[in-house]
Every structure is written in structure tokens, then in C-alpha cells.
Design a protein around this ligand. Sequence first.
Ligand code: SF4
Ligand code: SF4
Length: 434
Amino acid sequence: MTTTYDPNDPRYLDEADVRGELTRAFNLCEGCRRCTDLCPSFPTLFALLDRRDDRDAGWLVPAQQDRVVDGCFQCGACIVECPHAPSRSESALDVPRLMLRANAMRWANGHVPLRTRASVAVAGRTDAVAAVASRAGAVAAAVAGSAPGTLVRRAVEKVAGIPAQRLLPPVARERFTTWFARRVTVRLADARARVAVYPTCLVEYQRPDIGRDLVKVLEHNGIECSLAEGAGCCGAPYLHGGDVESFVQSAVRNVRALSAVVRAGRDVVVAQPTCSLVIRRDYPDFVGGPDANLLAAHTFDAAEYLMRAHAEGESALDTDFSGDVPESIAYHAPCRLRAQDVAVRSRDLLRLTGATVTVVYGCSGGEEPWSGRARFAGWSASMSESLGRELAAAGTVAAGDCARSNAAVESQVGVVARHPIQVIARAYGIPEEP
Ligand code: SF4
Ligand code: SF4
């Protein structure tokens, strides 16, 4: 049994070794039980262990271990306060990374069913699928816009595993990079900083409005923007599904493109938590080397970057909010920003407006295609519903950085949460583009 999260370790994909490490981890969790309802993994584990008086994870058979692993959708929440985490204990337990290792081992050893492999292959080609969808125009828009529960949505559920009751992410009529290329180039002679915006699939194809507001807020504060050219999907769907080989291909391409941007003097700004987490945590692990480490050190979440500029720059951010400032904001701190220890940056940014900001720490469980699996759809729906209710109770306006989580909450309880950057844009008086 080897405690390693290094995919280059020769034992990384060794089944007996991984299963021994799962046993060690599950016994640590049994003795701790701090994580109870973060996701289905822990309740599944504890229910299995409680069947025996000795509660020893060594009795679990591979199929039972796999049931625990299947419940993980890589939110990263369990590492945030884990007493056995590598930074706090010699136990060096990193459950999210161990779950990645277990999935990679199962993929490499042929334990992943064909249907699941096919869905990971589709999800991993986010760029290609989204590009086709955006070219499909009216058809894609009609599918995306079809009401939850309709015949069209039940067909989508059969093909793609996305629950019929959930709102589909919209397919934008204009991609973010198309918008950026057609606008008048903004060159700031006295720019306080220059950054490259990496839109990632979600902003590029589905929520370019987030990217547009991000660029405008950055420029409003004297930060010049360019596009992070040559990078595609971060590769998260491949990694979370266990297809390490395909993930590494995506990661190597992105590290090459984005590290060149950094070497040219620009930090990389990302507006989605999953993508920034993958760049900072997983590219150094799976690609490694000076370029991956350089990129990880110069990649920032959008609010994190702005608050860093506010604290360290020669002049603070503009705090003259003459636009639409909500009285109170319920801010959802996404798990994957908490895993990067930067969720409070969005809270602090929102507080600059003068609004009262209440932080809500739940999880929507809205990760696709995980939430579409029959075993987890109920879990996901109840997580989204409870998060939505908390947000509705905590402020007059809801905000959250994770677009997938926002969509899950909206479809479950109708609460509309906007990206914090969009709340800031409106507070500055920057109008929303139609
Ligand atoms: S992941 Fe860490 S905090 Fe959670 S139950 Fe296991 S040992 Fe405890
Ligand atoms: S990373 Fe998230 S989903 Fe995975 S085991 Fe930890 S809390 Fe559960």
C-alpha cells in the first residue's frame, strides 16, 4: 500500500496497491467521521462499515469500495478541514486525490463499463461538442430552452444522462472569443497590470456574459485584457472520469499555450472554479515540470485576482459603486474555490460595494454527468434544493462563482444566482449586454 498522489509513481495504477490505500483512508475516515453529508461517498462508506462491530474497512470487497468511490464528484470539500490532510498530518490523506487515483486505476484496468467510458469521451470533448452545438444554432437553442420534464428533455436524459428536470446550460449565440475579437481593441497606456483571460468551455460557449463582464470590470480598474490563445477545455471531465491519458493530452496542450502567456508577462485569469482548481492542483501533478508550476503560480480566480490587485497594487480598486448595489447578497462559496482557499475573495469583493454579504457554504451536487446517474440524481436534487433555500433566505440577491451550481439551484428552486463579477459590473453601472 503506497500513499502517493503522483501519477508517475509506478504503483499509481496498481490495483492491489490502490485498494490497500483505500482501506487505510477509509479507516482514517471511520475514526474521524467529520464528513457526513458532503456527498454520497461518506454516508455510503459509514453505512457499509457499521454493518460490522469492528467497523474495519479491511472487510470491504472491491465492489463496495467502488460504490464509495462512485459517490465522489470531485468537489474538494472534504480536504478543506480534514485533520489528516497532508498539510496537517503525517497521515497525508487527500481523499479527492485518492478518488482520482482510484478512478484512474479502474479505467486503466478495464473496470469502467463501456457506457460510462462513452459518456466520459463525450464529456471530455467539451470544446468539440459545444462548438457543434453553437453552430447548430436554432436546434441547440431549442433543446437547451426546452422546459424541464418535456419529451425533448427526456430524450436528452437518455442520450446524455442529464436529468430531465434540470435546466440545460444555454448555448450562446455568440462565443466569448468572437465577442472579444470583434470589439474595439482596448489598449491602456497606463495599465496597472496586463492579464490574459482564459474563458474555458463554460464561459466560451455557454456563459459569455460572465466573460464580457469580467473583461469590463478588469478594464474599469485599469487592467488590460487579452485572450489566452491556444488553450482549450481544461480536461476536467476526462480526469474526473478516470481517463488520465486523454486528460494529460489536454493538459500538456494548455500548459504549453498558457505558460507562454505567463512568460510574456501576463497572469492568467479564470472565471470558473473547476478550471482554476484543475490548473493549480492537477497540472503540476499530471504534467509537472517548470511550465506547469509556473502556470499554477500565475493562474488566478477572477475575484481573487481583483482582490489581490486591491491589496497589493499601487492604487486600490475603484470603490465608487454608483450603479445597482443590492441591499444584501447571499454568496455561495463553491467547494472548488474553498479547496483552493480563495472563496473569501469573492465575499470580500462583494463587500466592497457596501452590501451586506452572507456566505452560504452548501454544495449543489450539480456536477454533470455525475448528477445524471440514476443512483445520484436524488442526492443531487436534494443538495441543490437545500442550497437554493439557504441562498433565498440569506439575501435579497444571490451570487455564486460556479455556473453549473447556479444552474442546478435555479432549476431546482428557481433562485437565480449571478457570478460575483456580474454583481460588481452592475454595481459599477456597467450595463448588461443584450
Ligand atoms: S476526509 Fe478527513 S475530515 Fe473527512 S471523514 Fe475522512 S478523515 Fe475525516
Ligand atoms: S471530493 Fe467532494 S465529492 Fe469527493 S469525497 Fe470529497 S466531499 Fe465527497
